[in-house]
Write a protein that binds this ligand. Structure first.
Ligand code: NAP
Length: 507
């Protein structure tokens, strides 16, 4: 990269969001863009999470782009390797490789008020861009809790999203920390080879059976020959999930029925009443993410697995100590403790028009307009931004809605001409978030009696969308200019302090 190369758009990240943005930009006729990726390959969370047993708990025909259907998904819930291969395939099919800059970690980006553009410092040099699309995702930076004594643990320590495939678990005593979506896939996968697995469970999850099966040859043939059959399958999967939304967002009591299915899933495998009591949640199902597994409980019933119903509190040499005082000897500690979601590290690296970072702007909680644009950060947009997550359906649907919004944003900018930027009005952000938070009050995520990664440090749900994916699609169809200020530079102005003063805001 040459010093201060300039592009129309810089996309950050090459997971579903970043690759989707790249395809959409091309489709809109924008070819002057780069995709900056800190790792050495594309794939985002599906590249980073390679732990044993890793698979998606949303059916593949829904967990894929509508514009890049894959008739050859091997299973109803495909594994990480197939999803990663799908994303590589998307990068090839849409000829995105020439735009992608691997091993380019974004270190800092600053809004240049004089030039109305972003200055982006990467690990391989600096470039500028009129627009930044931040597609770094909420599940990209692993979180390991601060545990006294952990640094002196003599054995192996790693996070689920940074699996050490060179470490042989055979014959090892493993302390598995956490019982989220990652951990419940890891435990059944490592139990057969580990000498012993001790699972540190702070809060038991609700786990439903996972109806996974191979997609048969004839089914795949049908989807290849008659693509509308694949689309119909996707439509059905989508429709069922849309119908479930109101139970999560308006009538959590209706979810009680699903709790009985989860309890049956447990009692089928867990015969010991004491263990069953430990594993039974005391909050409404759906308050935390509902997990899907038909292997988790059978694995917990195996003689080489113990459940400690308490969080990890301390490490003393090779002894792992739970908050309730239980002590366990371990050779390895594996953290399935999730990600920095409401305290995104990338937010520390974005400096907006007022000279403050996005992290500072969001110190009381993440806020954006339509999950995309943030006040004080002109021409900066995020994919899977605040309140765009889902509790029960495919994030790809939300990403595609945001791609529509991105396309609308680029069209508006093109109409306004080159020396213009869009700055979202704080009043528009405020109004949007008031509506979102009002709707949040009735949701199971707020009233279900649990603590989850959906909530920030102030207890506000700044991560999930409290409606259907159809509603979000409608809300992101167009960019409403009334929600933005158009910031312009007079034509012919050179970069100077004077230019900054003469930059005008057109209302
Ligand atoms: P997570 O859902 O945030 O779970 C973290 C787990 O770590 C929780 O059980 C938490 O307990 C526990 N924990 C934290 N500190 C602890 C301590 N000191 N001692 C014991 N336990 C501790 O993280 P994740 O499992 O990686 O999943 C994150 C998200 O990624 C999921 O919700 C999902 O959206 C996505 N994901 C999806 C799939 C899939 O599609 N199948 C798979 C993996 C991940 P508490 O519950 O008490 O806080």
């Amino acid at each position: 990269m040459s010093q201060h190369e300039h592009v129309r758009v810089a996309v950050i990240g090459s997971g579903f969001g970043g690759l989707g943005a790249a395809v959409r930009l091309r489709r809109e006729g924008v070819t002057d863009f780069v995709v900056l990726e800190r790792a050495d390959s594309v794939g985002g969370t599906w590249r980073d999470n390679s732990y044993p047993g890793c698979a998606c708990d949303v059916p593949s025909h829904l967990y894929s782009f509508s514009f890049a259907p894959n008739p050859d998904w091997p299973r109803t819930f495909s594994g990480q390797q197939h999803i990663r291969a799908y994303l590589e395939h998307v990068a090839d099919t849409f000829r995105l490789r020439s735009h992608i800059r691997l091993n380019h970690e974004v270190l800092m980006m600053r809004w240049d008020r004089d030039e109305l553009r972003w200055e982006i410092e990467t690990s391989r040099g600096t470039l500028t861009a009129d627009v930044v699309v931040s597609a770094t995702g909420p599940l990209s930076d692993p979180k390991i809790p601060e545990i006294p004594g952990l640094a002196d643990f003599p054995g192996k320590v790693f996070h689920s999203a940074r699996w050490d495939h060179d470490y042989d678990l055979r014959g090892k005593r493993v302390a598995m920390i956490g019982t989220g979506a990652s951990a419940i896939q890891i435990v059944p996968a490592i139990q057969p080879e580990a000498a012993h697995v001790t699972l540190f469970q702070r809060t038991p999850p609700w786990v439903l059976p996972r109806m996974d099966r191979a997609i048969s040859g004839p089914e795949r043939w049908l989807h290849r020959q008659l693509p509308f059959t694949g689309a119909a399958r996707r439509g059905l999967l989508w429709g069922i999930r849309e119908l479930q939304v109101s139970a999560f967002t308006k009538r959590p009591n209706e979810l009680g029925l699903i709790e009985s299915i989860a309890k049956r899933n447990m009692s089928r495998s867990i015969k010991d009443p004491a263990l069953r009591a430990k594993l039974t949640p005391s909050y409404r199902i759906g308050c935390k993410r509902i997990l899907l597994s038909s292997e988790y409980y059978p694995a917990l019933a195996r003689p080489n697995v113990d459940v400690v119903a308490s969080g990890l509190a301390e490490v003393r040499g090779s002894t792992v100590v739970a908050a309730d005082g239980t002590e366990t000897e371990a050779d390895a500690i594996i953290f399935g403790t999730g990600f920095h979601v409401t305290d995104l590290p990338i937010a520390e690296r974005v400096v907006g028009a007022d000279g403050i970072t996005l992290a500072e702007a969001w110190k009381d909680g993440m806020e954006s307009l339509r999950g995309a644009t943030a006040a004080g950060f002109p021409n900066w947009m995020t994919i899977i931004g605040p309140n765009t997550g889902l509790g029960n359906s495919s994030m790809i649907l939300m990403i595609e809605s945001q791609l529509n919004y991105l396309a609308g944003y680029m069209r508006q900018l093109n109409v306004l001409g080159e020396r213009a930027a869009l700055a979202v009005r704080p009043s528009a952000v405020g109004a949007w978030n008031r509506r979102v938070q009002e709707r949040m009050e009735r949701t199971v995520w707020k009233s279900g009696g649990c603590n989850s990664w959906y909530l920030d440090a102030n207890g506000r749900n700044t991560t999930l969308w409290p409606g259907t994916t159809g509603e979000f699609r409608k809300a992101t169809r167009e960019v409403d200019l009334a929600e933005y200020e158009v910031v312009r530079m007079p034509v012919g102005t050179a970069k100077s302090a004077e230019a900054a003063e003469t930059a005008e805001v057109v209302r």
